[in-house]
Design a protein around this ligand. Structure first.
Ligand code: ADP
Ligand code: ADP
Ligand code: MG
Length: 478
């Protein structure tokens, strides 16, 4: 494995995370940059970098023929796709396999089977795993959706089978909603994922998003690394995640049941990498398979913090058929509690992307904090990419300690020149329901922390901006 040349077809914080793991394991990290990225910070962590020409994702990070040319020209042995982009693309994993290039991810058949939400639900069902009630496959028409709506009962969710990142889904409360939304969701699916297919699911009210981390090798061993709760979401996308789940709490039987169910799903597709089985858990604690993400996830660090297992390093090792760092399921234990805040370039009140140029950046963190990010002073956040800049992660002896550390850390995280969701995170960390661990995916719409974002924060931010600019002139802290 040592000395193998690995191309990272991604950018931002995850490209940095992967480069660090590759360097640590003695592989050669090769980064890419495109024409619409000026001074991409991830290159600093790569040992080599190559140019991927083009101004938009179709021409660059999603362009399989162009990437294959780079692989050939620069004698690349393996590819790490990160998350998003080509990470769950069947054609990409098959093309690499055909050329004898190692894909740092699961085998192409697992990518295919778990890639589309309709096929994966069918597989889960066959494996005896409960799935959210709804259509068995893709639905073809408005009439079919209405028929299903009447059968399973409203509300229902129209969902893109190729969807991801919370995009391409809309709840419908009656027939009229279906008629009004059907073609709009199809259009969104086509433009975001290149495929218009939809499915119908029962829209479960006030559920919990609970997912299980899987790590499997190429010898048929499948392990779970316990669960994460990711119920604090905006636009169906996570912004705060924690492990273990406060909703499961001390119910060890439930924890065991959901973790073992996830292993069953992974085994059903001969899974052989790091991956995540996502579930929706209803208020009555019944859980249903939602989807499987056949890649490393944004929130993987909280699992690393509570288990002490480096997921990215182990994912790389299994791709090269090297043994995992542990020997059995019993070696994997939960110790303490970890919480992650996604730090995004977005308005803290509207939660909409807010690109711009960072003018100041400073961090002062207590013990127990990890910040996986791609920020530096003068970095320009463009609308071309996801607005997530980094993840602030706390590890504490208990959930209360993790919250306390995170609250302290976020006061010491200064990003100036752009709007971020830092003020929103401060409100959430101080909010009673969150502090007590009482929240569901309806948290943002029910509790409305965004309305409690203080204008005072903006004034404070202005004061800190002056200090940060001064710091920057002194050389800044990276
Ligand atoms: P995670 O599932 O790891 O918690 P997200 O759902 O927030 O993370 O997605 C992480 C990134 O990957 C985002 O930039 C998101 O837009 C992108 N992404 C996720 N799934 C897909 C998909 N199926 N197609 C395209 N992009 C995706
Ligand atoms: P993505 O691929 O975009 O991550 P998911 O199917 O994982 O899509 O769903 C994302 C989020 O949308 C879930 O975490 C949950 O909050 C919400 N959601 C999805 N399906 C349902 C459902 N059937 N009922 C209630 N909420 C749902
Ligand atoms: Mg999901």
């Amino acid at each position: 494995m040592k000395g193998k040349r690995v191309l990272i077809i991604n950018r931002g914080e995850i490209a940095i995370r992967i480069a660090k793991a590759l360097n640590e394991l003695g592989l050669v990290s090769v980064g890419v940059w495109t024409d619409n990225e000026t001074e991409p910070p991830h290159l600093e962590y790569c040992q080599e970098w190559v140019h991927l020409s083009g101004n938009n994702n179709k021409e660059t990070y999603l362009n399989i023929p162009k990437i294959m040319k780079l692989i050939e020209h620069y004698k690349i042995d393996a590819v790490h796709p990160g998350y998003g982009f080509l990470s769950e693309n069947r054609e990409f994993s098959e093309t690499l396999a055909a050329k004898g290039v190692t894909f740092i991810g699961p085998n192409p058949i697992a990518v295919h089977k778990m890639g589309a939400k309709d096929i994966s639900k069918q597989i889960a069902k066959e494996a005896g795993v409960p799935v959210v009630p709804g259509s068995t496959g893709e639905i073809e028409s408005v009439e079919e959706a209405i028929k299903l709506g009447n059968e399973i009962g409203y509300p229902i969710l129209l969902k893109a089978v190729a969807g991801g990142g919370g995009k391409g889904m809309r709840p419908c409360y009656n027939e009229k909603d279906i008629k009004e939304n059907f073609s709009a969701v199809q259009r969104e699916a086509l433009s975001s994922f290149g495929y218009a297919g939809l499915l119908v699911e029962k829209y479960i009210l006030n559920p919990h998003h609970i997912e299980v981390q899987i790590l499997a090798d190429k010898k048929g061993n499948v392990y779970h690394l316990f669960e994460r709760e990711c119920s604090i979401q905006r636009r169906h996308q996570k912004i705060v995640e924690e492990a273990p789940s406060p909703f499961i709490g001390t119910d060890e039987a439930l924890r065991k049941a959901i973790c073992e169910t996830a292993v069953r799903c992974a085994k059903a597709v001969n899974y052989d990498s790091a991956g995540t089985v996502e579930f929706i858990m209803a208020e009555d604690k019944k859980f249903y398979f939602l989807e499987m993400n056949t890649r490393i996830q944004v929130e993987h660090p909280i699992t690393e913090e509570i288990t002490g297992i480096d997921l990215v390093a182990n994912m790389i090792k299994v791709a090269f058929d090297q043994p995992l760092d542990f020997k059995s399921q019993e070696d994997i234990k939960i110790q303490g509690h970890s919480i992650e805040l996604r730090i995004c370039a977005e308005d803290p009140i509207t939660m909409l992307p807010a690109p711009g140029k960072i003018v100041g950046f400073e961090t002062t963190f207590p013990q127990g904090i990890r910040f996986d990010h791609c920020i530096y002073p003068k970095f320009t956040v463009t609308p071309d990419f996801d607005p997530m800049l980094g993840k602030l992660i706390a590890k504490g002896f208990s959930r209360d300690v993790a919250i306390r550390k995170l609250r302290n850390a976020i006061d010491g995280l200064i990003i100036d020149g752009i709007k971020t969701n830092i003020p929103l995170h401060k409100v959430i960390l101080d909010e009673e329901n969150f502090k007590n661990g009482h929240y569901s995916t309806s948290y943002i719409s029910l509790i409305k922390p965004q309305e409690k974002v203080l204008v005072k924060e903006e004034i404070k931010s202005f004061m800190l901006k002056v200090a940060a600019i001064e710091m920057n002139q002194l050389g800044g802290v990276k």
